[in-house]
Ligand binder design. Sequence first.
Ligand code: SF4
Length: 206
Amino acid sequence: MIGDIMSISRLRMGTDGEGVSTLITLHGCPLSCKYCINDYCHDEFCERSAYTPEKLVEVLKKDDIYFKMSGGGIVFGGGEPLLQSEFIAEVFRIADSKWKKRIETSLNVPWENIEPLLPLTDEWIIDIKDIDEGIYRKYTGCSNAVVKENLLKMKEHIPAENMKIRVPYIPDYNTEKNVEKSVKWVRNALGIEAEQFGYFVTEKKQ
Ligand code: SF4
């Protein structure tokens, strides 16, 4: 089994949950966000590396002591990491049990990509964009029906404290009122207080 990896970023703090973390960004994403943070994840020819789970864990071991002392660990992002969920599951299975295992995702993938990872993942960091179908579609080019379904299913399987939900203010696409509506939906449907934040916009795709 091979992971299609764009980058491995070590010794991160304060950006991917508690403690020191190593962020592994995986190639590919089903969405086309207008302010994509990693637009090269859509580029078939961008520079990247092939790793087996064992080879990746060897790299991650370099920071073992930092992970354990800080309560940190490994986080998969992207792109949409859940497009390579089997690879992630194998890495989580063979990684040190004391490392925190986290996934940063938009959750816009089939449930089959999520379910096997539920017992293996300590924290899900989920950027839901906007809960309004029209705004979501305008911003990402896709429907968010699957995202809502996945959120509701996850609530039935894992504790709410394992789901960190983020709702962005997206310049030109939603308003503070829209953000409030999304936060309210998350509160009512999932019993979770979502974190609000603003996208830092550098460039908008046409
Ligand atoms: S979900 Fe992330 S990687 Fe995918 S298009 Fe949106 S910003 Fe880019």
